[in-house]
Design a binder for this molecule. Structure first.
Ligand code: ADP
Ligand code: MG
Ligand code: MG
Length: 869
């Protein structure tokens, strides 16, 4: 088996396509060599060798022999000798996995130095200071990486010398100073490890290779892989590269750069360099590097060469590159190239520009922008230039950032906001009654709850910054304070919350507004050319509908009528309806609610002119609409004139042990047909009225929580009857659909029966996940994170669809439904509709559309395109 691949003299045994075998760094070095770009020669030991070594900590057969052969070739190429006392070859030993794992694994520079070879280096370079600087660097790195001696212990010794001599910079140290430090370093190693620093260069090489192999399995690397979902069996390659020296004087140096600006995407060479330094100095932050543009003044020749190389690399890889280079006595060497990490903003700009430059095609441009990433672009965020420290961290439930004064009740949020104050609503958790306050607040912070708690779902729907489950804060609603450790935050104090990271910060931090740039809009329109899935939005108000249209939503996939019940004084009429004891009383109360609903529907239909609007009839259990604590009951009693006792009795009557599986959804429509009837009247009257004004309206009436086809059969009959009556009354015929949500396992299992009465299915995967997994989403916050941490579920199943379980029911629902009704329209309207991985699944099973909150619409458009490409 070939375990070692050589590169040098303009020819490499491997190339850029061998990333899996050579690692990203090795493949890049090989590719650059083949392109005729100056790279110091060297060789790569494959990831396969690493995997084989991991099994029983011995090299696979032939690996060491091949290594020695390559080393010989390296000596011939460089005309230097490893371990020579006259003209020693020094190498770097560098890790490099398939994907870059920044800072996780190790690199050793200047290997091959010992007490003898260092003298050779001093003579051959005619530079004693350089030789001993290199030697001390080597001892420092090798001892740290291979022997486990703490870096800081060496730094301390250096500081002592600097202090004693009154130096401020490392570059002030003389040859003699470094010589003295080398002795101190060796003594330190002997003291720390009980053994002298290894002088045998072959032993050094072997130990270094082992250390790089072993670093694949150090705790840091393991954790990093887990977080970033990198398989454990990829292994790392080892790159042994002839050293070139940036620390040979003021005509030498080292730097890192990006071929375009990684933060803005601007087409400009961007980076930093240090004169008279080796690679690690730039990252270590010991000296402050200079902006790359200065290199043009200091070394114009080198800069011109570097410019040529970076342009060549970018047009070869057709992507923005992150490069590392070293200059030895005015000669440029490239040491690494890889596609550079970038912000969402930069990703968009670079993809757009590269398409316009003819470097990449449209498809590639669309694929270059990650759907998860663009969410960043749609919310205000903390100015990246700001420095801050957080006092607590919760779950990042809804991205963006917000600054405001702390309030502890929804009412306060509304009244403060009405006075023009910006507020952050801080609560243990939120409930539907808090909607108004949430709307008024800049952001929401809760102490409990998970990523799909009420606060999280509603905030995401509103596109409002939100942190939930921030267990470190303790709220005292009475005193109107919250505490974190010994910090107390009072009502009215300013805080800043970062919903993208979950950080809570004291005081005001500067925010920047999102920019929906022309380029972003353009990329999204390209995405639209490729995607097969429709993208709709979940929206309950005319305002959200407008926002969603601006983001490109092609209709509404879920309009939750109950949210309309809470706005303003409507709740009074709704409560009257709930408290009614007879059908007649109920109808009277419903008649008061109807005009409100009708107005809302008209607004939504107008905003969605030309696009379908799916309206779900009343879904939640009725008790959600009445107050629960005695105190709240008293408040409502005072306001409404309904006696306290009556309210309290009704509350007890409506109490359910398991409301999520209780009297809700179509069960309400079956037992109180007049409620659904009123809603259908409101929908159809609104539709007819706007149609008369010239609006193109496509209502889709959706019955929730159906488990048996007979439920739907009954309610469909009612719906059609009312719809016909209204259309006759207005004298127009509208195209409207009646369909259902598939959110109970029984509905999916009997989808063929249900499809007889449904013209569309919308998979309500929030409830379908709850009911399939038998997992309450409101209670799961206490243990689900633990499940995810332990890998039982790879991802919170309420965030990313459980494809293996719930996914089967979705697929079955589609297949069975279409067997009965081939033109059945299918969509998804759970939280999953905005999750890229779930969207991939929806594309695969052939749904017609996904529906998500307005601010996720661009994400969904892009994800749907990625799924199709
Ligand atoms: P990382 O993966 O952490 O970036 P590298 O293996 O790229 O580690 O090494 C870090 C830095 O060390 C490089 O950017 C370069 O400046 C320096 N370096 C590595 N190999 C050599 C070499 N053969 N000659 C000179 N400098 C080197
Ligand atoms: Mg590097
Ligand atoms: Mg539901």
């Amino acid at each position: 088996v070939k375990y070692v691949y050589f590169f040098g003299n303009g020819k490499a045994e491997g190339d850029g396509s061998d990333k899996n075998l050579l690692g990203g760094k090795g493949a890049g070095l090989a590719e650059m060599t083949n392109l005729g770009i100056p790279v110091p020669p060297g060789f790569t030991i494959t990831t396969e060798a690493c995997i084989a070594y991991q099994k029983n900590k011995t090299y696979p057969e032939g690996m060491w022999e091949q290594t020695l052969e390559a080393l010989k070739k390296l000596e011939e190429t460089t005309k230097k000798k490893f371990g020579s006392n006259e003209n020693p070859l020094l190498v770097s030993v560098r890790s490099g996995a398939r994907v870059s794992m920044p800072g996780m694994m190790d690199t050793i520079l200047n290997l091959g130095l010992n007490d003898e070879t260092v003298k050779g280096l001093a003579t051959s370079s005619n530079n004693e200071r350089f030789a001993y600087d290199s030697y001390r660097r080597f001892i420092q790195m090798f001892s740290n990486v291979v022997l486990g001696v703490e870096h800081s212990k060496f730094e301390k010794l250096i500081s002592e010398v600097k202090k004693g001599k009154g130096y401020s910079l490392d570059t002030d140290l003389t040859a003699e100073d470094w010589k003295g430090l080398v002795e101190k370093f060796k003594a330190l190693v002997l003291n720390e490890t009980g053994k002298p620093f290894p002088q045998d260069v072959m032993e050094q090489l072997k130990l270094a290779i082992n250390a790089v192999f072993d670093s694949w399995d150090n705790q840091r690397a393991k954790t990093y892989r887990k977080i970033n979902k990198i398989p454990d069996d990829w292994g790392t390659a080892v790159n042994v590269v002839a050293m070139v020296f940036g620390n040979m004087g003021n005509d030498s140096g080292t730097g890192v750069a990006f071929t375009r600006n990684p933060s803005t995407g601007e087409k400009e060479f961007f980076g930093e360099f240090l004169i008279n330094a080796q690679g690690e100095d730039v990252v270590a932050g010991i000296r402050t590097p200079e902006p790359i543009a200065r290199l043009k003044d200091e070394m114009p020749g080198v800069f011109a060469q570097l410019e040529e190389v970076y342009k060549k690399l970018e047009s070869h890889y057709k992507d923005m590159q992150d490069i590392e280079f070293t200059v030895e006595k005015g000669v440029l060497y490239m040491l690494q190239t890889r596609s550079g990490k970038r912000t969402a903003r930069a990703a968009v700009k670079i993809a757009y520009d590269m398409y316009k430059e003819g470097l990449i095609d449209k498809k590639t441009a669309v694929l270059r922008v990650a759907p998860e990433q663009v969410d960043q672009l749609l919310h205000p965020m903390i100015d990246p230039k700001e420095k801050y420290t957080s006092i607590a961290k919760g779950l990042p439930a809804s991205p963006g950032a917000a600054v405001g004064r702390v309030v502890f009740t929804a009412d306060d949020a509304e009244s403060w906001a009405a006075k023009g104050e910006k507020v952050i609503l801080v609560r243990d958790e939120t409930s539907p009654e808090d909607i108004g306050g949430m709307h008024a607040a800049e952001g929401i912070l809760t102490a409990t709850g998970g990523m799909t708690s009420h606060a999280a779902v509603v905030a995401r729907g509103m596109g409002k910054c939100c942190i939930v489950g921030c267990g470190a804060i303790h709220i005292d609603e009475e005193e109107k304070v919250f505490t974190v450790g010994n910090i107390t935050v009072k009502e009215g104090d300013y805080i800043t919350i970062n919903g993208s990271t979950g950080e809570v910060i004291l005081g005001k931090v500067k925010l920047v507004e999102p920019e929906l740039s022309g380029e972003f809009a353009e990329i999204l329109s390209w995405a639209d050319e490729f995607r097969k899935l429709g993208v709709r939005t979940n929206s309950d108000t005319p305002h959200d509908s407008k926002v969603a249209r601006e983001f490109g939503a092609e209709g509404i996939g879920l309009c939750r009528t109950e949210h309309m019940f809470f706005e303003g004084d409507r709740i009074d009429a709704v409560r009257e309806m709930i408290l009614a004891n007879t059908e007649e009383e109920r109808r009277k109360a419903l008649a008061k609610v109807k005009p409100y609903q009708k107005e809302d529907f008209k607004g939504i239909f107008k905003a969605m002119d030309g696009f379908p609007v799916t309206i779900r009839l009343l879904d939640p259990p009725l008790h959600e609409f009445i107050p629960h604590t005695d105190e709240d009951i008293q408040k409502v009693a005072n306001a409404s004139g309904i006696p306290f006792d009556v309210l309290k009795k009704k509350r007890d009557e409506l109490h359910e042990f398991n409301p999520m599986l209780g009297h809700r959804g179509c069960r309400l429509g079956i037992t109180f047909p007049e409620i659904y009837e009123m809603q259908v009247y409101a929908i159809m009257e609104a539709a007819c009225e706007v149609a008369k004004e010239g609006v193109k309206v496509y209502p889709e009436i959706m019955i929730p929580l159906v488990g048996h086809y007979k439920e739907l059969e009954m309610l469909r009959e009612m719906t059609v009857r009312v719809a016909d009556e209204v259309m006759k009354q207005y004298g127009i015929t509208l195209k409207y659909l009646v369909g259902t949500m598939i959110e109970l396992p029984r509905a999916a299992l009997t989808a063929d029966e249900i499809a007889q009465y449904a013209e569309f299915f919308s998979f309500g995967t929030n409830d379908l996940t709850q009911t399939t997994l038998g997992l309450s989403r409101d209670d799961s916050g206490k243990f689900l994170p633990f499940y995810v941490e332990k890998g039982i579920y790879k991802e919170d199943p309420f965030v990313s669809l459980d494809v293996n379980g719930v996914g089967q029911l979705v697929e079955m629902g589609v297949t069975k439904g279409r067997k009965t009704r081939p033109d059945l329209k299918t969509g998804i309207c759970g939280e999953h509709g905005g999750d890229p991985a779930s969207i991939f699944f929806c594309h695969k099973v052939g749904l017609n559309y996904v529906s998500c909150s307005p601010y996720r619409v661009p994400v969904a458009r892009l994800a749907a395109a990625h799924a199709a490409l």
